[in-house]
Design a binder for this molecule. Structure first.
Ligand code: NAD
Length: 437
């Protein structure tokens, strides 16, 4: 049965590529995955996992016989017809999407090989049309990825929807991609290439807008004495609004939202349209990371010489991804104010050490809190909810906690002896359980 399934080629073995490769192998396909980094390919070929992603290790181990990792493009081209492009598209200094890696993949291909390009990388609308012009005779399908780091395997295997964009002439390639996804369920949205590209950018921009919106509501709640947890609960029950992404915090980060919002804003600008709303979304997000400093100063005065512990560094729990993490801005601002910064993260410590040169790293949350004048909960790792907060308070020079994710129970923290500051949270208000977003 395995041999009857369409072999799959994956180009770029990062978060999206490795999850795509592992999941298609799980569905019974033979997968050849190519990356340009020999050390990554060697590690994966030895069975070592290069990223922290729940469930991925088991999937890779279970399907190792169907998976080949290589640096050799020819090996990939010989093995598979459908080539899933999963290379990174980081921002350029201008804020546009950097398509150089996508371009280099296109340069490796030629017409007549019987291949079809399936773009999973997030690219500006119009990219597919331009690649089709440059690469006539190679069918092109846009199949943007919507997985979330931290639940990437689950998301891939149980998609809300699968978007497949193909233009006239390339429908057969679109049909072939649709067949690959059929066993997963989830609505398959067939559309044209440019619309598929826009669906991805618009979805991320909308989610980022929701986050910045609720962050502003939280900031107003602080001024007027309302509790944003209650406000968001009351709003979220309206089906037109929904409760997802209505959790205030210290701003969104990660490898996608910041760059995709910027890329959409620039795409609009380059096309002659001024996307005003996204300017505000970006600015609110930047300011939100910095508001935490003001909260500390309210209690401690100048931060010069104060020791501040960061609990969590990754941009979200269940990942070691530090790209655009709010912790990077926080650490820099604290150091700029003359504070001493100590940090703990259950999995992102190794990655973070290279990015946060002046920060001291602790081996446990309690060790991070030893002698600290304040702590900021940056990432809502479940283990922080289980911490012995009475012992934590005893270890700190001053038990002050800024809960950057509204993750902890203020009443519990206060009974443990903490001064508690959330985001837009009235201290005496009832506490609701906080589901992870
Ligand atoms: N990370 C996410 O949560 C996520 C979710 C949805 C969509 N996306 C999009 O998917 C794309 C990939 O994101 P990622 O986070 O997986 O990136 P990543 O940086 O983790 O991985 C990209 C990989 O591509 C490799 N690569 C670069 N050029 C190559 C080439 N010419 N040939 C082969 N390999 C090459 C790199 O070495 C790297 O291993 C981006 O466009 C991103 O916006 C990411």
């Amino acid at each position: 049965m395995t041999d009857e399934r369409e072999p799959v080629g994956v180009i770029g073995v990062g978060w999206v590529g490795l999850v795509t490769a592992a999941c298609f192998a799980e569905l019974g396909h033979r997968v050849v995955a190519r990356d340009i980094l020999p050390e990554k390919v060697e590690a994966l070929s030895r069975g070592e996992i290069t990223i922290h992603e729940p469930g991925l290790g088991e999937l890779l181990a279970r399907n190792s016989e169907r998976l080949t990792f290589t640096t050799d493009m020819d090996e990939l081209l010989d093995a598979a017809r459908l080539l899933f492009v999963c290379v990174d598209t980081p921002p350029t200094v201008s804020g546009d999407a950097d398509l150089s890696r996508v371009r280099s993949v296109v340069e490796d291909l030629s017409a007549g090989g019987g291949h079809a390009l399936v773009m999973k990388s997030t690219v500006p609308a119009g990219t597919g049309q331009s690649i089709r012009r440059d690469l006539p005779g190679v069918p092109y399908v846009s199949c943007p990825e919507f997985l979330k780091e931290g639940s990437a395997v689950e998301d891939f295997l149980h998609p809300d929807r699968v978007v497949i964009g193909s233009d006239p002439g390339d429908e057969a390639a679109g049909d072939a991609v649709a067949r690959l996804y059929e066993p997963l369920g989830g609505e398959i949205v067939r559309t044209d290439v440019s619309s598929a590209e826009m669906i991805k950018l618009a979805s991320n921009a909308f989610l980022a807008t929701k986050i910045s919106f609720v962050n502003e509501i939280a900031n107003v709640c602080e001024e007027v004495g309302a509790d944003v947890t209650e406000v968001a609960r009351g709003m979220g029950l309206d089906q037109r609004i929904g409760s997802a992404f209505l959790r205030p915090g210290i701003g969104y980060g990660g490898s996608c939202f910041p760059k995709d919002v910027s890329a959409l804003k620039m795409l609009a600008g380059n096309s002659g349209y001024h996307f005003q709303l996204l300017n505000a979304v970006i600015e609110v997000n930047e300011l939100q990371k910095r508001r935490v400093i003001g909260k500390l100063q309210k209690h401690l005065g100048p931060l010069l010489g104060k020791r501040v512990a960061l609990l969590g560094l990754a941009f979200k729990p269940h990942t070691d991804d530090m790209r655009e993490a709010s912790s990077l801005v926080l650490a820099a601002r604290l150091e700029g104010e003359g504070a001493e910064v100590v940090a703990y993260d259950p999995v992102a410590g190794d990655v973070a050490r290279n990015l946060l040169g002046a920060v001291e790293f602790a081996d446990s949350p309690l060790e991070a809190l030893d002698g600290a004048d304040a702590t900021i909960l940056v990432t809502e790792w479940p283990e922080f909810a289980e911490l012995d907060w009475v012992e934590a308070a005893g270890r700190m020079a001053r038990p002050l906690l800024v809960d950057g994710r509204n993750f902890l129970d203020p009443a519990l923290l206060e009974s443990a002896g903490f001064e508690y500051e959330g985001i837009g949270r009235a201290v005496d208000a009832p506490v609701q359980a906080q589901p992870a977003s």
